[in-house]
Design a protein around this ligand. Structure first.
Ligand code: FE2
Length: 411
């Protein structure tokens, strides 16, 4: 299969991208728009990119909003109560069915790489076992990284450390944590040391729910970054959320950024989820409840956007479309300046790939996997402005999805 009349990010002109089986075989410039041969896909002058990425989602909780009760206040705390009710009825098949339905929604929007956090503060580890099966059964659609996520803590949950070890033994790919939720500062610090030891010992990636609160005293990011720095693991470590950074004062942040840069860790922001759940203790002025996305980016550090939830007790909306998250995030983070719009897709493609450590398994380059998208616009700016879509998603050289753009007829 070949794709003709493709625009590539960062390059002038049109290209023909040749696929040979499961690899990209050649990328050749075209002197003028060419006509498709039988079997060719015509990008029509639009962008061809590597697949979109969902780097932070909770597939074990998706599609449960309103079951049995809706979150009436929309707060994080009522969400936890509603989830406790739903969690009591979760079964193996229920988890798998909802996760697969959600994966289909992601695939329909051009996503082929997903990192999901799975709650392991459950002595049966039922959701984790279900998700390990889902990972195998959906390999033709996505690459799935599973994070062992201790929703109720490692140190403050009975048997928390043993459950983390067991989750890794069963097959989780990434070590998670939630230090700001532990009962004390000391427990938060020791949970980070424990999870970093575990990841180092098992040679695994790390992704910690870190300081997901408006509390400016929640300062576990410095602990995570320092542990990553001294162990030389930064590129393999991610701090998710870090929303407290939006409430840190500038003097502390200027010192913190020095450490963050040295540590080389990655960041994930979930802009729609955070603006919905944070700022709930404020009257006015009301904080946005996000981390310092633009500042992290401007400082040369790696940050990307994620959905976090789709129709669950914490967030009732969502449809799998990561472009929606990108658009909202750019607004919320004051990133609609010209330069940001020229490279906006970085936040849901290349930056996310770096976070997930996809390496040479990602990107439009000869020899890399034939995983790519045809988008509905010729550049990042137009893709964002027009609320564009992935029109085709190709995986291992085969079409996974094609979308017909909507048509308007003037009368
Ligand atoms: Fe999360």
């Amino acid at each position: 299969m070949n794709i003709i009349n493709a625009r590539l990010r960062g390059k002038e002109g049109l290209f023909r991208v040749e696929l040979d089986g499961e690899r990209i075989a050649a990328i050749a410039p075209l002197s003028s728009p060419s006509n498709p041969a039988v079997g060719d896909l015509d990008a029509g002058g639009n962008l061809v990119t590597a697949p979109f990425i969902e780097p932070h989602i909770h597939l074990d909780a998706t599609l449960t909003a309103g079951e049995p009760n809706w979150n009436m206040t929309g707060t994080l705390f009522e969400g936890i109560e509603r989830w406790a009710e739903r969690k009591a009825t979760v079964t193996h098949e229920d988890t798998k069915t909802r996760a697969k339905k959600t994966i289909d929604m992601l695939v329909d929007h051009g996503i082929q790489h997903v990192r999901t956090h799975v709650d392991v503060t459950d002595p049966s580890l039922a959701a984790l076992k279900a998700m390990v099966e889902v990972r195998d059964e959906t390999r033709h659609l996505i690459n799935l990284q599973i994070v062992a996520f201790p929703q109720e803590g490692i140190e403050s949950f009975a048997g928390g450390r043993a459950l983390m070890e067991e989750a890794i033994a069963i097959g989780a790919d990434v070590v998670g944590g939630i230090p700001h939720f532990e009962n004390t500062r000391e427990q938060g610090v020791s949970s980070v040391k424990f999870l970093m030891d575990l990841a180092e010992r098992k040679d695994l990636l790390v992704d910690v729910h870190c300081d997901e609160t408006d509390d400016p005293q929640s300062r576990f990011l410095e602990v995570l970054a320092e542990e990553a720095r001294i162990r030389g693991m930064g590129a393999r470590v991610t701090a998710s959320h870090t929303t407290a950074m939006g409430s840190y004062d500038n003097a502390y942040c200027s010192k913190l950024f020095r450490l963050l840069k040295q540590s080389e860790i990655n960041f994930i922001s979930c802009p729609t989820e955070s603006i919905h759940l944070q700022g709930r203790f404020d009257s006015y002025p009301k904080r946005r409840g996000l981390t310092r996305v633009a500042e992290i980016d401007r400082a040369g550090m790696n940050i990307c956007f994620a959905q976090d939830s789709i129709v669950d007790p914490w967030y009732p909306l969502g449809n799998g479309n990561i472009m929606r998250i990108l658009e909202a995030g750019l607004h919320i983070c004051h990133m609609l300046g010209y330069e940001d719009l020229q490279r906006g897709l970085d936040l849901i493609t290349d930056n996310s790939a770096r976070t997930l450590n996809l390496g040479e398994g990602y990107g439009i380059e000869v020899g890399r996997p034939a995983n790519l998208l045809i988008l509905s616009a010729p550049n990042d700016y137009e893709m964002i402005r027009t609320q564009g879509h992935a029109l085709a998603s190709i995986r291992n050289g085969k079409l996974l999805m094609q979308r017909t753009p909507s048509r308007v007829e003037r009368c």
